[in-house]
Structures are given as C-alpha cells and as structure tokens.
Design a protein around this ligand. Structure first.
Ligand SMILES: *Cc1c(COP(=O)(O)O)cnc(C)c1O
Length: 434
C-alpha cells in the first residue's frame, strides 16, 4: 500500500460479471445495426416485382413466373417435378390427401411447426405421435418403429431447423408395410436434393414453404415436389377450380375447390432467390460452424445439429440447455431466464415451442391427457434457437453472438442463487400455466 492511496479518488472497482450484463445495466454485446433480419431485403426483389406488375396478372398457376420458378426448383432439386401452391401448409394438405387411403392413421413426431399438423385433421387422418431425437429434434427412429401399427398408412416426417431426418430403417420398414412417406422440408430445403455422391431420401412427396421465414423468404407460397405423375396430377385436381394449367378458364367438375393457388408476387421474389440459394446455404453452414466451434466450450449447451450432413440447410441454430450440468434446476424457467439474458445482450434467440405441437390446435383435446414423450418433454423445457444465422450476417456477427454467450456464461455462477429462486417459484406455478 502506498501512502498516496488514501488520497486518490476511490479506485474504480472491477464490476462483477453480473453487473456487466445488459440485463443489469451493462452494455449489450451485439450491435443491432450490424445484424440483418431474415428475409433480408434486396434490390433484386424490386426488379422481380416490376416484372410481375408489368404482366398485370397476379394469380394464374400457369403464369410464366410461376412456371419458371417450378422449373428452376425442379432443376435445383436434381430432377423432381415441382408444383407451386399457396403455402407450405397447403402443400402438406395436398400430399396427405393424396395418400390418405393407405390407412386411417398417420405417424408423426410430437415436435413440429404446429400449423403443419392441421392438414392431418383436414385429410381426415388420426395422428399417432412419436418422440423426437435429442440429436436433431426430428423423429426418433426407434420410438417411431416401436409405434408402427397396422392402421398407420402414412408417415409425415418434418426436417426441423435445417436438419435432415434420414431415418433409413424407418423408411425401409415403411416401404415393406406399404406406408406412404411425406417429407415436410419447410425448414430444410436441402432435404429435397440427393446428397453429393448418394441417393435422394426415399419419399413419396416432398413439401416446401416459401414463407418469409424460410429459405426462399418470399411471402405466401408453398411447393409440392415428387416423381410420381399421380401426385402432380393430384395437385392440379385439388387446388384449382377456375383455371387449368394449359391456360384454359374452366370450372373443373372434379376440383375440390381448395384454390391453393400460388401468389405470383411471392413467386417472383422466390424465383429471384433461386440463383443464390447455393450461396445462401453455404453461408448458413459457415455461420453454423462458427457457432459450433465457439459454443462447444460452454458447459450445459447441447447443439441439436449433425454437422457431417452436407445437405443440412441450417434454418436456425437449435440449442438445448442442459441446466443440470450447470447445477441449475432443469425446468423451463431456467432456460427462460438465460434466454432473456442473451436477448438483452442483443442475440436473436427465441423459444420456439413450449408445448407439444398438437396442443396448439383444437383437434385433439384427448392428447393433452397422455403422458408427454420423454425426449419431447426434455426439449420443450430446454430448447431455444438462434434465429438470425442467414446472410448477409457473416462470421463477425456469429462471433459477436458467441461473445455474448461467453459473457452470460461467465456470470452464471454469480446468478445461480437468483436463477434457482426464480425457477423454484415458477415450479410451483408451472402446473397452472397453459
Ligand atoms: C413453416 C412451416 C410449415 C408451413 O409453411 P407455410 O408456408 O407457412 O404454410 C410447415 N412445416 C414446417 C416444419 C414449417 O416450419
């Protein structure tokens, strides 16, 4: 101690890790001005929209813009036939309607984009829910195999977060039992393509979404892709009632009148994105790799992606909080607390689902009585995703996300008593929350 110490103004104390957090008055790590939110605007869209506006026609299925988009995606997919429809949900409905005669029940995982389950009801099918895998959040192959029963005629397999749900044994078994396979690729556009040097996934129908949050980021649009002529004919039969693909304006007596027509303006934007789709997927993969490397050193985080899968489309970067590893209660409130700290640091994280997908829809009230599936239950309590991993965000933005995680993780020991208190308080209320 020097004699002068007492004369100096009080030495600024090093703030505790907690006090540096944005949630406690510190400065957020991620500068929001550097962050682009998907779907990122582009001048290319304006030229695409001008072309649509010049045509003066916005809704015909045989609009040249729609036909070009179908061809471009068909080529991108490596040879599938493609039909544009009104939305990804519409595409699922048409696919399920096409295969519904195979059996009264459909097997699908309990975790999904809730809207994707509506078509099960519209197609008059009864769902059987399987558990999900803790590797990728998609269907758990062994659990699904164990749940197969003679009444199941269809498998609906969503590929979540960009992950590819290969499940080869499940697909082979479905083939031997004459069960139809529908792949919902809304979150994983790469699933429609063959893997470099390998075959395409064995499926009867691939569905895609062109909605704003997905890879084609185009508004309201969906696609059915397949090789079977019957499926493609079915799209036209089900979805058109006052126009034919050859340009005729007819009222087809066989139409179901669903009018799931593609939006020409959205199609124009989607078409303008196809040439850079490859680049977009590469950039997403590169960003995901930076996050994987940066976050792999933090305890209590499990990454829900398989990285050796070349087709992985990395829509969002999905994470599971292993609260127990951090000495914290493994309840949703712990995850919520940490997610809030990250949000305040400026990381675009969100909690996707809090309940099994069926619980968001009014069709299956009895499912609520059933015991949740163990992996699904674990994911619902602990899942969150980083949502902005698309270009133009690049490696520097990903590094900022990682720095924010590190900052929050450094403060966790200090925050543990507070988190436990919140988690225990929430625990006593949890049963009352819907
Ligand atoms: C977005 C999404 C859909 C539905 O797509 P829309 O075009 O919004 O109808 C279906 N399934 C999954 C898994 C999705 O993420």
């Amino acid at each position: 101690m020097t004699r002068h110490a007492a004369l100096r103004p009080t030495k600024p104390r090093i703030p505790s890790p907690k006090a540096t957090l944005a949630a406690y008055g510190g400065r957020p790590v991620v500068d929001q001005r550097r962050l682009a939110r998907w779907p990122a605007p582009s001048l290319d869209h304006i030229s695409a929209l001008i072309e649509a506006a010049r045509s003066g026609r916005y809704h015909r299925v045989n609009h040249p813009i729609v036909s070009r988009l179908e061809d471009a995606l068909g080529q991108w997919s490596g040879g599938l036939q493609v039909r544009a429809v009104g939305s990804g949900t519409a595409a699922i409905h048409i696919a399920l309607d096409y295969v519904r005669e195979r059996g009264p029940k459909i097997l699908t995982p309990a975790l999904n984009w809730p809207g994707a389950l509506g078509p099960i009801h519209f197609a008059g099918l009864e769902p059987v829910f399987a558990d999900v895998s803790l590797e990728d959040g998609c269907i758990d192959e062994n659990d699904a195999l164990a749940r197969l029963e003679p009444e199941i005629g269809v498998l609906l397999l969503p590929h979540l977060f960009g992950n590819i749900s290969e499940v080869p044994r499940l697909r082979q078994t479905a083939r031997t039992l004459d069960i139809a396979i529908v792949d919902d690729c809304a979150q994983a556009i790469g699933a429609v393509r063959p893997q470099p040097g390998a075959a395409r996934i064995d499926s009867d129908a691939f569905t895609l979404s062109g909605n704003g949050a997905k890879h084609l980021g185009a508004g309201e649009l969906g696609f059915l892709c397949g090789t079977e002529p019957g499926l493609i004919e079915h799209v036209d039969r089900v979805s058109l009632s006052s126009s034919a693909r050859d340009g005729g304006r007819i009222f087809s007596p066989m139409s179901y009148g669903l009018n799931y027509r593609p939006n020409v303006l959205s199609s124009a934007v989607a078409l303008s994105r196809v040439p850079t789709l490859e680049e977009q997927l590469e950039s997403r993969a590169e960003n995901a790799a930076v996050l994987r490397i940066g976050l792999s050193g933090l305890p209590g985080l499990r990454i829900l992606h398989r990285f050796m899968e070349a087709r992985n489309s990395f829509l969002n970067f999905a994470l599971l909080l292993e609260a127990g590893e951090l000495g914290l209660p493994a309840v949703p409130a712990t995850r919520d607390f940490i997610v809030d700290l990250l949000l305040q640091e400026g990381v675009p994280v969100w909690i996707w689902l809090r309940r099994p997908a069926w619980a968001y829809l009014p069709f299956w009230p009895d499912e609520a009585e059933q015991p949740p599936l163990p992996n699904t239950e674990k994911l619902l309590a602990a899942l969150f995703d980083i949502v902005e991993i698309a270009p133009p965000n690049g490696v520097d933005v990903m590094r900022a996300y990682v720095a924010a995680f590190e900052k929050v993780w450094t403060a966790l020991p200090e925050l543990a008593p507070e988190i436990r208190k919140v988690a225990e308080g929430a625990g006593s209320l949890a049963t009352g929350r819907g």
